[in-house]
Design a protein around this ligand. Structure first.
Ligand code: PEP
Ligand code: MG
Length: 325
């Protein structure tokens, strides 16, 4: 099967009824970059910048960050890279940053919350990204946005940094695209206000599902209690897809579910046209897409969303078998 997947490397992921799906990889280090070419993915849908910070002995300085991001963009060789700003806290800790003990770190002082309260850190990172992306397209997204003003404040910081760099004679990116991750359920109810402010959104389904079900994503005792293939999760994703269509905003999904063929099939059925995943999943997911029919899939799925079921996994798996997917 490995050879079969490799043979598909340069085949675009298009469903039987002609819907082109953008497949990206998730990455976090320069050593991940060869996977971009080998997998045939179209870009990096999620670049987890905190990995560089987690491996360092102290906060990486501006020039160290610039060099790192430049290296990533060069290795991506014109394919789009979506840099996510620091997502520190909860499961991602920095050995040199003293963490205050919290009862609920996943819901605590983390990610954009920490970044907005300690703006010097985020400012430095944004400056590094803008410098690294000089003359090119730069895509940046913010993690764990829960309210519109958090996004607006973070985006204003990019504009400040752009002005600063220009004033000091530095070249800035030719094009800047700024987005938010949708990981906090409350944001799903603010999409009409949020989407006009940004260029794209990316659904972080790992956290979004954790918070929708109030179920710790890392707790093995809960691992099978709730299923991302349940009506509650799928309806939430569908609502985001529809809001994206209404506002003309590109929607991506970069959680782990995108890398599992049955889950990915459901996501395509819900109308997503852009998903990103671990590099090894690109082949199996592309194989699924090539044999799926988007319209038929949605016709099958839509009535299922009204069911009180715990999971639609079996129903979707048998559909996949009978439809030859
Ligand atoms: C997510 O939450 O789905 C996500 C992609 O981010 P992370 O797994 O890094 O929290
Ligand atoms: Mg997350």
């Amino acid at each position: 099967r490995q050879a079969q997947f490799a043979a598909l490397r340069d085949t675009p992921a298009i469903t039987r009824d002609g819907v082109k799906i953008d497949l990206g990889i998730n990455a976090g280090l320069l050593v991940d970059l060869p996977h971009l070419r080998d997998s045939g993915a179209e870009g990096i849908g999620l670049f987890r910048t905190e990995l560089q910070f987690m491996m360092a002995q102290h906060f990486p300085r501006l020039d160290t960050q610039v060099r790192h991001y430049r290296g990533i963009l060069a290795a991506a060789n014109e394919r789009p890279v979506t840099f996510r700003t620091l997502d520190i806290g909860a499961d991602k800790l920095l050995p040199y940053l003293r963490q205050v003990k919290e009862d609920n770190p996943a819901m605590g002082w983390r990610a954009i919350r920490m970044a907005l309260d300690r703006p010097a850190l985020l400012r430095l990172q944004l400056r590094a990204l803008l410098k690294a992306g000089a003359g090119q397209t730069l895509r940046v997204m913010f993690p764990m946005i829960a309210e519109v003003h958090e996004f607006v404040t973070a985006k204003a910081m990019i504009e400040d940094e752009k002005r600063y760099l220009k004033k000091h004679g530095h070249k800035i990116p030719a094009k800047l695209e700024v987005g938010a991750m949708i990981e906090v359920p409350a944001l799903v109810w603010q999409l009409d206000q949020l989407l006009p402010e940004l260029d794209f959104v990316s659904i972080g389904s790992n956290d979004l599902v954790q918070f929708l079900y109030a179920s710790d994503r890392g707790n093995p005792r809960l691992a099978h209690r709730y299923d991302p293939l349940s009506p509650a999760v799928l309806k939430t994703i569908r609502a985001i897809v529809l809001a994206g269509q209404k506002h003309g905003v590109h929607v991506n999904l970069c959680g782990e579910m995108a890398g599992r063929p049955i889950e990915a099939m459901a996501l395509i059925g819900l109308g997503l046209t852009s998903i990103s995943m671990a590099p090894a999943a690109i082949g199996p997911v592309k194989t699924m897409i090539l044999s799926a029919d988007r319209v038929k899939l949605w016709e099958f799925m839509e009535p299922l969303l009204a069911r009180p079921d715990h999971s639609l996994r079996e129903t979707l798996s048998s559909y996949a078998k009978s439809a030859g997917i």
